[in-house]
Design a protein. Structure first.
Length: 407
């Protein structure tokens, strides 16, 4: 009986606690407070992230960066950087360039959910409407390389996950020279890039597991690039081919005047290239082809003697060295070596000019002669190479050694 009474008393006390209005009110207050804190945190989160991103951009040594706004998408594990701009600091006083080095309307950084189902937690980045400006400096022997920097640490700070997927849509790349005559702004537009499997998250057994495709427009011409690579290798390891076709040279007359001091009435430019690299070495070629080239010939009333003579020489050389059946002027420049010591085969390039003009025209296509297993497509030496060598320092050293051995 006593046990039964004790159990009944305990049950009544428990029910009393459950039905205690003070306890219920306390629980409601706690729950409401937690929800309110979560709502406040969610509302403040964009400002917290915005402050963090701007702080990281402000820490860049040679650049000033700023972001206007941040959007948070918690459900898909993402945040969007809106209206970002990076400006190169022009001098020691910290003055800014008037032309931004980089800007974009939106950069979306998120978790790549497809990779999670394959056992990898990685991220993806989408960049919308980016514009990259390489500005040539004045009186400093600067070139486009002077505007580049290693932003890998910044990307790591902004994206805590390893990037496995990277995509650019509707981008532009500009080369700007405000001190040339005329001023130059050469651009590659409508640039789209897709790079996948950068961390080998798909557990691929390929030698080159990552892949990237790129397309763009350039002065009525088309640019295409394909590259397979291993992004995890410390040394560049890749197999790449690219081409740019049907560029209207008339639209590049400002560039030709500024750097070549001549104009064209018409002309179609194409360029085809392949490169591969492994274990610190690389090999490949660049094959430029000019079709239907017509150089402007200035008259005595329009230009001075030097200008007339220069354009006459260019026009005459182009007429002499072009293949008249195909109406094209072309060559193929082989480049190979180590990344810290590249070499160009000059005499082979001259040989290809002559071969295109007087033997058979070079084909306006990628040759498919370079890959990760074969870094050099050269076969037998040409006559000029046998006569003069390839025009490289290594050849001169080799000839010296041969003379010593003969003596």
């Amino acid at each position: 009986m006593d046990n039964q009474r004790n159990e009944e008393t305990s049950a009544r006390n428990l029910n009393a606690k459950k039905n205690n209005p003070r306890r219920k009110k306390k629980i409601r207050v706690i729950l409401v407070s937690i929800i309110a804190l979560l709502i406040i945190f969610r509302l403040l989160l964009p400002y917290i992230v915005l402050n963090y991103v701007n702080k990281k951009l402000g820490a860049l040594k040679e650049y000033y960066g700023h972001v206007e706004d941040i959007d948070i998408a918690l459900i898909r594990g993402a945040y969007v950087i809106k209206d970002i701009e990076l400006v190169k600091l022009g001098n020691e006083q910290g003055e800014k360039d008037t032309i931004p080095f980089f800007r974009s309307s939106a950069i979306d950084l998120s978790v790549e959910w497809k990779a999670i189902f394959k056992g990898s937690i990685v991220g993806e980045i989408y960049v919308e409407d980016p514009i990259l400006n390489f500005v040539k400096g004045k009186h400093k022997n600067e070139d486009a390389k002077a505007d580049t920097a290693d932003f890998r640490q910044l990307i790591k700070d902004l994206m805590p996950l390893t990037v496995n997927h990277f995509e650019i849509s509707n981008g532009e790349i500009h080369y700007i020279d405000q001190f040339s005559t005329p001023n130059l702004d050469i651009a590659l537009k409508e640039l789209n890039i897709v790079a996948v499997n950068l961390t080998n998250a798909n557990d691929s057994t390929k030698i080159l597991p990552a892949h990237a495709d790129a397309t763009a427009k350039a002065y009525e011409g088309n640019f295409k690039l394909k590259v397979d690579f291993d992004a995890l290798k410390k040394t560049p390891t890749f197999d790449m081919s690219a081409e740019i076709t049907h560029v209207n040279l008339v639209l590049l007359n400002d560039f030709l005047r500024a750097y070549g001091n001549f104009d064209v009435k018409k002309g179609d430019f194409g360029l085809y290239t392949e490169f591969a690299a492994k274990e610190g070495g690389f090999g490949g070629y660049v094959k430029p082809i000019l079709k239907d080239l017509d150089i402007v010939q200035w008259t005595k009333e329009e230009g001075d003697f030097k200008q007339i003579l220069w354009e006459t020489l260019i026009g005459s050389a182009a007429e002499l060295l072009k293949n008249h059946n195909k109406e094209q002027l072309a060559t193929k420049v082989n480049i190979k070596g180590k990344f810290d010591d590249p070499s160009i085969n000059l005499w082979r390039a001259v040989s290809y000019v002559l071969r295109n003009a007087f033997v058979h025209a070079l084909k306006p296509t990628i040759d498919n002669s370079i890959n990760i297993k074969k870094l050099d497509d050269a076969k037998d030496k040409t006559f000029l190479e046998k006569l003069f060598g390839s025009g490289k320092k290594d050849d001169r050293k080799e000839r010296k050694r041969e003379r010593k051995n003969r003596n």
